[in-house]
Design a binder for this molecule. Structure first.
Ligand code: NOJ
Ligand code: CA
Length: 704
């Protein structure tokens, strides 16, 4: 590994006001200027190729009232400049090696009145800016409570934004595309579904926020390394187009409890004239600490199927019984309650999934609804429903494990916590040990419903600490974690690569809860995936949900071509084939792509991209010379034009193209696809039709 580290330290005494600190990205494309206003308020301003992209924006933190806020009255007392260039190896990722190259400016500010010190550390990469607040150990700032973080992101105009409401409890929204000036008008209409409509402002949005300026600059605002701090939303002043940080409060309304020495997460701005560069950015990962797990040999990407979609669609149930909750009747022995006929997690059925997984080369099977408590949970806020140890009587843990092992299949554990974080922590060691004892090395956890203790939010500091605790504790047991409804990721998977997935956005499940917008997956890579992989659970082939459950008239708003493309465009080391085996059996030729597509990659290329409209991505398999291409298309049908110049020169390949048929349409004809084969080289140009809500997938295999 190459590593350069040059450091220049300048100690400055009594530098005041007017003078600005300026620095540039390694390639000179970005320039940032820091200034202290006359009243000692710190500000920054960002330029891309000499064009201002963030207007002068204030920095600072408001403290609870017993303490003077850290927002003004500062003088600059120290300045350190560094350059850094290192290439690090990923455990898994879109690439096997990632270059982390930046110039750094760390400014120590001293507050005149209080003598308190803060450091603002800026890093300029070739793809954008990251900065954070640091609170060194000192006499006058020890333990402090945040009222609000006051970081601004001042926009240069009324940009187009792709946004979801700044909810404290869910990210499971469709995106709205609008001008900044239209957010307020559209806000309440955008708050839908099962969201808990907490008291967020009418212009508050979540990060990662994707923006586009009138002159074609793509801006992306998010955060990195969100640890022991509360999650940031952005409140917009829609007269001036200035976003200000808005941290998730705790039950008392406080925004954070900090103890120096400590740091804030990084605030990030990725920017480019080319949307593909936003997808190619590794800045969020680079701003996280290197891997803290010494031996990572047990962390392995996983392609899986699961006893899942049938419950999501309402065809089957998680619960074992439909009786009044067994425990409420005083029955603790489930063998004594009347079973329903819809409980899917029964031994016989699970073995069918294991057989299907083994037959088609999958790694693992997820089973939900295996444990006692489901009928006791729905609709209640009880924090003691699940113990994560007690299987229903029809789920034979040992027998299933032995069967799976004999077929070379791993089982994935499911822990629905019911949002009861304290209850989960109480049981966690035993629950993880139970997994180890029964051969499980991966867990899908979930936080449905209000957080218990009541009053806390999904994204407040103490609850984020809970998610982090579960990830770190899992390392002790060599368990991989895929947490649903947890906070949106911020690149922590670099430090803890056992965090192999999160949901933390509107996943495929919503296609069975009334449907998602047909362009949803042309946005997720620009928003949710900036922080890390998503367990999106693609691969739905039967779009008419009423065929599974006559009482559910949802429609899956994509074509089969699109579903296949998602395995490439939605990067994740954890990929599910979410539909039922009987649906795959109807379309085995299309299913072949899901069987072939790898979950480990050497490198990735972004061939076409426009947020909300289309994405085309190519990736090279880690274990062969084969390439895979995926496309997701939005509402307007179009022709995707790509050149396969990423293939090795002089080599021959055979491409299998899984494309939308010319009459395909997400609404009216979603299952129309055509599969063709052709010889290709690195000069081949392809023009492929993509339907509304459509897409395609290509596997490119080297031939002699
Ligand atoms: C919501 C999750 O996203 C889904 O995947 C899971 O099946 C349910 N919660 C039940 O735990
Ligand atoms: Ca969910």
């Amino acid at each position: 590994m190459k590593k350069y580290f040059v450091s220049v330290v300048l100690v400055l005494f009594s530098i005041t006001g007017s003078m600005g600190q300026e620095f540039q990205s390694p390639n000179g494309n970005f320039k940032m200027i820091f200034t202290l206003e006359k009243d000692g308020t710190p500000t920054y301003q960002l330029f891309l190729k000499n064009k201002e992209i963030i207007k002068k924006s204030k920095l600072g933190l408001e403290l609870q009232k017993d303490s003077k806020s850290l927002i003004n009255d500062f003088k600059l007392v120290n300045e350190v400049r560094n350059t850094f260039d290192e290439t690090w190896k990923t455990v898994w990722g879109e690439e096997t090696a990632i270059r982390n190259q930046y110039n750094e400016l760390a400014l120590t500010l001293k507050q005149n009145d209080t003598d308190r010190l803060i450091v603002v550390r800026f890093r300029l990469f070739n793809d954008g800016l990251g900065f954070r607040y640091e609170f060194p150990q000192q006499k006058n700032l020890t333990y402090f409570v945040l009222k609000e973080e006051r970081t601004e992101f001042a926009m240069t105009g009324d940009h187009t934004a792709f946004w979801i409401p700044g909810d404290y409890d869910t990210q499971e929204y469709d995106y709205t595309e609008s001008k900044l000036s239209e957010i307020k008008k559209l806000f309440r209409g955008a708050v839908t579904g099962n969201a808990s409509q907490k008291q967020f402002s009418d212009t508050g949005v979540q990060t990662s926020l994707q923006l586009k300026t009138a002159d074609g600059i793509y801006l992306n605002i998010h955060e990195a390394a969100l640890i022991n701090y509360s999650c940031m939303h952005l409140n917009l002043d829609d007269t001036k187009f200035v976003f200000q940080s808005h941290l998730t409060p705790d039950a008392k309304g406080n925004k954070g409890h900090l103890q120096a020495p400590c740091v804030s997460p990084w605030r990030t701005i990725i920017a480019s004239h080319d949307a593909r560069d936003i997808l190619a950015s590794r800045m969020t990962l680079n701003l996280n600490e290197p891997c803290k797990i010494e031996n990572t040999s047990w962390i392995k990407p996983v392609k899986y199927v699961g006893v899942w979609w049938e419950m999501i669609t309402g065809k089957s149930s998680w619960s074992y019984t439909d009786e009044v909750p067994a425990v409420q009747l005083g029955i603790t022995d489930y063998a004594k309650v009347k079973p329903n006929k819809t409980h899917a997690a029964n031994t016989k059925h699970v073995k069918e999934y294991i057989d299907f997984a083994a037959l088609h080369g999958f790694d693992a099977v997820l089973v939900e609804g295996w444990n006692e408590g489901w009928e006791d949970w729905f609709g209640k806020e009880k924090d003691y429903v699940f113990d994560f140890l007690s299987p229903y009587p029809d789920f034979d843990v040992k027998g299933i494990q032995e069967y799976a092992q004999s077929k070379g299949i791993k089982m994935i554990m499911h822990h629905e916590t019911s949002g009861a974080t304290r209850n989960y922590e109480r049981h966690l060691d035993r629950a993880y040990q139970f997994m180890k004892d029964n051969g499980y090395n991966a867990v899908k956890s979930g936080y449905v419903g209000n957080i218990l203790p009541l009053g806390e939010y999904h994204y407040s500091q103490s609850i984020l600490n809970h998610y982090q605790y579960c990830i770190e504790k899992a390392v002790d047991y060599q368990i991989m974690v895929n947490a649903h409804e947890a906070v949106r990721p911020t690149g922590i998977c670099r430090t803890y690569p056992n965090l192999i997935g999160n949901e933390s956005a509107r996943g495929t499940e919503f296609q069975a809860f009334g449907g998602s917008k047909a362009n949803h997956t042309t946005l997720l890579p620009f928003t949710r995936l900036i922080g890390g992989p998503m367990d999106y659970t693609p691969g739905i082939f039967e779009m008419d949900i009423a065929k599974l459950n006559p009482n559910n008239n949802s429609h899956v708003n994509t074509t089969i071509g699109n579903q296949l493309g998602l395995y490439v465009i939605m990067y994740s080391p954890l990929q599910m084939a979410a539909d039922l085996p009987e649906h795959y059996n109807q379309f085995l030729d299309a299913f072949q792509f899901i069987k072939d597509v790898p979950v480990e990659w050497t490198t990735s290329k972004y061939l076409e991209a426009e947020p909300g409209y289309y994405i085309t991505t190519a990736r090279k398999d880690k274990n062969s010379n084969n390439w895979f291409v995926g496309n997701s298309n939005g509402y307007q049908k179009r022709t995707s034009t790509i050149t396969l110049d990423f293939l090795e020169k002089g080599k021959k390949y055979e491409a299998t193209i899984y494309a939308d048929a010319s009459n395909a349409d997400y609404k009216t004809n979603p299952q129309a696809y055509k599969i063709s084969k052709q010889k290709v080289t690195n000069t081949t140009k392809l023009q492929l039709f993509t339907a509304a809500g459509g897409g395609y997938a290509i596997s490119i295999v080297e031939v002699p």
